[in-house]
Structure formats: structure tokens, C-alpha cells
Design a binder for this molecule. Structure first.
Ligand SMILES: Nc1ncnc2c1ncn2[C@@H]1O[C@H](COP(=O)(O)OP(=O)(O)OP(=O)(O)O)[C@@H](O)[C@H]1O
Ligand SMILES: [Mg+2]
Length: 580
């Protein structure tokens, strides 16, 4: 195999405007071969995105060399060539969109290569087709949902006909179907001979890679096969990482099922091992629906919403949506990209007012023009999907204090900021004076969270809060949200991750094409047998429970959270049953 990308003792530091240096990569050496499929993992700020930018010549090493196809990326004359050969799909797809119309955006790269018209059209066609975005070609780029934008960014890169594709958390914001599609697209492109570098915080996604590079604080600390990298869980945890859920579950179950391995690349093989040759048990729905005895704190009645109403670009976003959310109950909001989840959340803190229907939140009537928005927002914190979009200040400390200040908090602001930063795992001294612009993707996300936790709201709206967080921060935040929930805070969590949904929420709302199609308990959702139709993913936990039932083990239908399931299994075994 021939070498395609070579890092040879690479050092890189960012310079801040004030002259300070932020070291990002420290003496990194590795090689990626032509046609290889490599995953890159590491904690927030460990240098992954920096390495990606060095690979396609966006930035150059301070010392050491980066070679692409044998050419030093510092050689100016070849920079365009390198940029074309190594396509980078950024962490935030909006950074990559240049034109206001999709088709024009995809054509931008090939046009810059001064290709003939026919060739440009053919490449636009192909780029859109490969990224599953043909149907969006006439749309306005600034009106696309996160997942749609991601596809357009990919289409633009593919139209350049690169040899190597770097995906920097490309799947993070996508709904399960788009994510599956992009992942199989990645594998497809790999099979076609593309060299693939896939940066991700979703460790389960790395199991199919041929090799994994692990970064820690600017250093390359592991470079090995997935099977070897994931052997030592405690070492990974010390790096702010963990092992993939699939392997966690397999290892947790090994004491009960002797035939399980400790490494799997796909859930299918694992589930087959688990189900053994047992006879299939008939599915039955769980007994009673959970009834909530709490008070309603958020009420939607026949709410509809249209963006750019009255213009030719009008886009309906919600249609006749009604539901009640109860005090202290954690509610999940799920649905396909563009199904209206963010629109629902923005109605809850007064960012959007109902055009039709009624919204009431903890005694505030949002249809009233005289609504005291400040008073409402003291009660209801909304953490946006895209943290950069909500930054008002230049520096971390000011940004976190901003919301508290505008909402009228005075006095112990510094202590509040310090506490909020501690909650999200940002070191106060190290980060309080850092410009926001200089943060990594995950660090920005932590600032965004801190800026809402600082006001200590009674209702916390979280729009995809885990996107961009490394595995450890993800887990800490999940525990923290569960803690808030047990303190009586009402949580509304919009997420594509069924695992997080199971961990945190009790009630679920499913939105589909602007309509509310499901409102009920979480156990009911996973037994509703409509998950496929709603494009929702069946979580691994549920598949495992089903596989056990196939094996004749009567796992209760509401036993969906992993800890509950393990406790149940343990008690079941204690009861004298011999399992396999
Ligand atoms: N434009 C910038 N200016 C200054 N410092 C930066 C800049 N971008 C990143 N850094 C810093 O460089 C280091 C490496 O950042 P990088 O973005 O490569 O991390 P990452 O591994 O991609 O993190 P994440 O998982 O959060 O995306 C971090 O300490 C970060 O704060
Ligand atoms: Mg990054």
C-alpha cells in the first residue's frame, strides 16, 4: 500500500491576537495509506480538527512536515492541488456553505477549477446524488436544516473529485436515518477506493474502521486496530474516552452469557450470539401506560407555525400540535431532521410566538403581546443546537455571565460563572479569558451550556446538547441532567440519540413532518411497532432485550434502561435460573 498522508514530527500552535500561543499539536508522526479507512478519536481540544486542517493544507506546521501524495503542504504552488485532493467536511457545515442556492453552492468548487460547463454540471449532479441531496438542489441554503446542510457540504466536496475525504464529526448533528446513510456512504466511498479519515465522538462508529488514531492534549497516544485500542477500558477512560456502547454491553453481559465475545464490529453478530438458538417469544405490549400525577407546566394547543409567512419562501414548520408537559418530568423530543423540534423548543421560551393556537408556559401566556419575556426566560433556559449562533460576547467569562446579566442577576456573578464552568468541566483559570473564537467545537458547546446553567432555570430546554461533546463530557452531562431532573427541574431534551433518550427521559413526543404523531411513555414508544415508519432507530438496549426474549428469558418490557436491565438479569439469575 502506498503512503498518502505523512505527518513527520509535526508541531502546531495557534496564535491569539494578544500574542499568546495555544499549543495544539506536539510532535505528531503517523502515516495514512492510500485507500485506508482511519478513525480519529480524542477528548475535546485534543487536536483532531487541527490535524484535519493540516492534512488539507488549510494550515501549515510550525515545524516538522506534512506530506500529501509525496508533496509538502507548505509548497505554495501545490496548495490548490492538495486542497482538491483532500476534501474536508467540517464539524459545522455552515462554515462550508458559500452560495445561497444549493445547486450554486455545489458548483462553486468545480467552477473555481475552471472546468468546462458540461463537466461542472455532471459533477454537481454526481455530488448531490452521492450525498443524497438531489431533491434539495433548488432550495435556499440558509433555510436548510442541520442534516440537510451537512449533505450539501458533502456534495460540494465530492464535486471536487478528491482522493481522500476527511469527515470531522459529520454525523454528529444528523438524525438516525441520515446518519446511517452517511455512514454507509462513507463505507461505500471507502470501497470505491477513497481514503477516509473519520473524526468522531461516537465510538460505536469507529468499529468499522481499519485503524484508530487516539489524540490526547496534542499528542498521538495510540495508533492501532479497533480491537486493540478498545481492549483496555480504563486506559481510554483516563483519556476522556471510553469503549463503544456495543462493547460495553457485550462485556457487561459476558458473565451471564458464556458464548459472548469481548469484541464485535457490528451489533448484528453480537445479537445473533446473544439470541443463540432459543425459540422466539411473541411480543406483547406493556401493561399500563404511565400516568403523570404532576401539574402541567407547558401546554401547546393547536399550534401551527410557518417560517417566512406571507413570502414566496414560506416553509411550514408545525401543524396543529397539542400536548402537555408535566412538572419535573423529563420529556424527549424526537423526530427526523427538519421535523420541527427546534421550532417547538423556541416556542417555549418566547423566541417564537404562536401564529396559530396557544402556548402557555408556567403561567405565562405566550400569545399575549404584553408577555414579560425576561421573567419567562428566568424560568426557562434554552440551550441551542448550534452554540456559535448564540454567542453575544468575545470572551468565555463574559459570554457565560451575559445571560445572567441580561436577566438581572447581580452580585456574585463571578462565583456563579465559576460554578457553571465547573459543572461543564471547563477549568476557570484556563478558560475564563479565552476568546470564544479560539475554542474547539466541544469547548464552545460547553460554554453554551454553562451560559444557561448559570441562571439556574426551572425548565431547561436542551436542543441536541450532546453534539460535539467527547464521551466523558457526554456522560458527565447526562449524569448532570439526571441530577437536575431528580432535583425537580423540568427537562425537555431534543435528541437523535436513542441511548440518551432512554437514559434521561420518561415521556416522549415524536414529531414527523410537522405533526405530533406520538405522545406517551418511553416503554410504549419502543413497543409501538412504528419506529421504522417514523424513521426512528431501535436502541441497542431494546434489541438486546428482544434477543434475550428470543432466548426464552422473560425480560420485562419496561426494563429498557441499561442499569435496570443488568439489575433485573442479576436478580433473575439469583432466583435460581440457569442461563445458558
Ligand atoms: N482558531 C483557534 N485559535 C486558537 N486556539 C485554537 C483555535 N482552534 C482550536 N484551538 C485550540 O487548539 C487546541 C486543539 O483544538 P482542536 O479544534 O484541534 O481540537 P479537537 O480535538 O478538534 O476538539 P473537539 O473535539 O472539541 O472538536 C485546543 O486547545 C483549542 O482550544
Ligand atoms: Mg474538532
Amino acid at each position: 500500500m502506498s503512503e498518502f498522508i505523512i505527518f513527520d514530527h509535526v508541531n502546531f500552535a495557534y496564535s491569539l491576537p494578544a500574542g499568546a500561543k495555544i499549543p495544539a499539536l506536539n510532535d505528531i508522526s503517523f502515516t495514512i495509506n492510500k485507500g485506508e479507512y482511519v478513525s480519529v478519536i480524542g477528548a475535546n481540544g485534543s487536536g483532531k480538527t487541527t490535524a484535519a486542517k493540516l492534512m488539507n493544507g488549510l494550515i501549515h506546521p510550525d515545524s516538522g512536515r506534512v506530506l500529501v501524495n509525496g508533496i509538502d503542504t507548505r509548497i505554495h504552488a501545490s496548495s490548490r492541488d492538495i486542497f482538491r485532493q483532500v476534501g474536508l467536511i467540517f464539524q459545522n457545515p455552515h462554515d462550508q456553505i458559500v452560495a445561497s442556492q444549493v445547486e450554486e453552492d455545489t458548483a462553486f468548487g468545480p467552477e473555481n477549477l475552471a472546468l468546462p460547463r458540461a463537466e461542472i454540471s455532471a459533477r454537481v449532479e454526481e455530488g448531490l446524488r452521492l450525498s443524497g441531496a438531489t431533491h434539495l438542489r433548488q432550495r435556499q441554503t440558509y433555510l436548510l436544516s442541520a442534516g440537510e446542510t451537512q449533505r450539501i457540504a458533502l456534495a460540494g466536496v465530492l464535486a471536487l473529485h478528491p482522493e481522500c475525504l476527511i469527515f470531522d464529526e459529520t454525523t454528529a448533528m444528523l438524525d438516525p436515518r441520515s446518519r446511517r446513510e452517511i455512514l454507509s456512504l462513507i463505507i461505500d466511498l471507502h470501497n470505491k477506493g477513497y481514503t477516509i479519515v473519520h473524526i468522531t465522538h461516537d465510538l460505536d462508529e469507529t468499529l468499522l474502521a481499519e485503524r484508530i488514531l487516539v489524540f490526547q492534549e496534542g499528542q498521538l497516544v495510540m495508533d492501532d486496530l479497533p480491537r486493540s485500542v478498545y481492549q483496555d477500558r480504563s486506559r481510554l477512560q483516563a483519556l476522556g474516552l471510553d469503549i463503544p456502547h456495543l462493547l460495553q454491553f457485550a462485556r457487561d453481559l459476558q458473565p451471564y452469557f458464556a458464548n459472548l465475545q469481548s469484541f464485535y464490529r457490528t451489533p448484528q453478530v453480537f445479537l445473533t450470539d446473544l439470541a443463540g438458538s432459543g425459540s422466539e417469544q411473541k411480543n406483547s405490549l406493556p401493561a399500563a401506560t404511565r400516568s403523570f400525577t404532576h401539574d402541567g407546566v407547558i401546554m401547546f394547543q393547536h399550534v401551527s407555525h410557518m417560517y417566512l409567512q406571507g413570502t414566496p419562501l414560506a416553509q411550514p414548520a408545525l401543524q396543529d400540535v397539542s400536548f402537555t408537559i408535566f412538572q419535573g418530568v423529563a420529556t424527549g423530543l424526537v423526530g427526523h431532521t427538519g421535523s420541527g423540534k427546534s421550532t417547538v423548543l423556541q416556542h417555549m421560551n418566547g423566541l417564537l410566538r404562536p401564529q396559530q393556537g396557544r402556548v402557555a408556559v408556567t403561567g405565562f401566556d405566550l400569545t399575549q403581546p404584553t408577555l414579560d419575556v425576561r421573567a419567562l426566560r428566568r424560568q426557562v433556559g434554552l440551550v441551542f443546537q448550534n452554540p456559535e449562533a448564540q454567542f453575544f460576547e468575545r470572551y468565555v467569562g463574559d459570554e457565560i455571565a451575559y445571560a445572567a446579566r441580561t436577566l438581572g442577576y447581580q452580585g456574585k456573578l463571578r462565583a456563579l460563572v465559576q460554578h457553571a464552568m465547573q459543572l461543564v468541566g471547563l477549568d476557570f483559570e484556563q478558560f475564563v479569558d479565552r476568546p470564544l473564537q479560539s475554542l474547539s467545537g466541544g469547548q464552545k458547546r460547553r460554554v453554551a451550556l454553562a451560559s444557561y446553567l448559570v441562571v439556574q432555570p426551572h425548565i431547561l430546554l436542551l436542543d441536541e446538547p450532546f453534539v460535539g461533546l467527547d464521551p466523558q463530557a457526554h456522560q458527565q452531562l447526562s449524569h448532570f441532567v439526571q441530577q437536575l431532573k431528580s432535583d425537580g427541574i423540568t427537562i425537555i431534551l431534543s435528541t437523535h440519540s436513542m441511548h440518551d433518550l432512554l437514559e434521561i427521559t420518561d415521556q416522549v413526543l415524536v414529531l414527523r413532518e410537522r405533526h405530533l404523531v406520538f405522545n406517551g411513555g418511553i416503554a410504549q414508544l419502543f413497543n409501538a411497532l412504528k419506529l421504522k415508519e417514523w424513521d426512528l432507530e431501535i436502541p441497542l438496549e431494546v434489541m438486546i432485550a428482544n434477543a434475550m426474549r428470543q432466548n426464552g428469558i422473560p425480560v420485562p418490557y419496561d426494563c429498557l434502561r441499561w442499569k435496570t436491565m443488568l439489575t433485573w438479569l442479576h436478580d433473575y439469575e439469583e432466583g435460581g435460573h440457569v442461563i445458558l
